[in-house]
Design a protein around this ligand. Structure first.
Ligand SMILES: [Cu+2]
Length: 219
């Protein structure tokens, strides 16, 4: 190959790479889901209700795993942008409809950063979850919060495949509370490699806002 041709090939390769990176950044920045606000239940008290589903069941990614958030009127929204009050106690309820994937790091089987270091699973207090039983985690690293979510058994009857799931379908209910501090925006995410069909379970919904990644807006 002549030097000129070789240079052209290299330049084209660099341009293609730059275009892919630009596309990734722009699409990441543009897909910001709307926010759902926690329900204020009293002075410095709020309630946040989420669900996790094995498959969203709608376009653009019917088979992607996802979180959903419920607003104060009881309507479910496909979003992970959550608004909570500053310097408040946030009482979280998560309805978990997915089966277990298991934690790669058993350390995350212990809830951390929540009041009393204890969550409840289907009404029973629990200090530690068998890492193999985790389906997802709810983690806000900057606030030191991480909570493993117990999966439904693989053979559970009446499993949900289209969001939003209803309480009549197989689920576990996880509750806990955490305190917020000053205002700010914090990333939160799931740490279970739960993205079926992606390399090592990461990628896809695991790296996309609105699915297994979100923003906690402390306001
Ligand atoms: Cu997950």
């Amino acid at each position: 190959m002549k030097t000129g041709t070789r240079l052209l090939v290299v330049l084209l390769g660099v341009a293609a790479g730059a275009a892919l990176i630009a596309y990734y950044i722009v699409s990441y920045l543009m897909v910001t889901p709307h926010a759902v606000a926690a329900t204020v239940t009293g002075p410095r008290q709020a309630r946040l209700t989420l669900q996790t589903v094995a498959s969203f069941g709608h376009k653009p990614h019917q088979d992607w795993v996802s979180y959903l958030a419920r607003d104060s009127h009881g309507t479910w929204h496909h979003t992970t942008v959550l608004k909570v009050p500053a310097h408040a106690t946030v009482h979280v309820t998560i309805y978990q409809y997915d089966t277990a994937t298991g934690l790669r790091n058993p350390f995350w089987g212990r809830p951390e950063g929540i009041i009393g270091d204890t969550m409840t699973v289907d009404g029973k207090p629990l200090r530690e979850l068998d890492p193999d039983l985790a389906s997802h985690t709810f983690a806000i690293p900057d606030l030191g919060v991480t909570v493993p979510l117990k999966g439904v058994p693989d053979n559970a009857k009446n499993q949900c495949s289209v969001a939003p799931c209803t309480l009549a379908q197989a689920h576990t209910t996880v509750t806990f509370a955490f305190r917020t501090g000053k205002r700010g925006k914090f990333r939160w995410q799931c740490f279970v490699p739960c993205a079926a069909g992606f390399i090592l379970g990461f990628g896809g919904p695991m790296q996309t806002l609105g699915w297994m990644d979100g923003t906690l807006e402390v306001v």
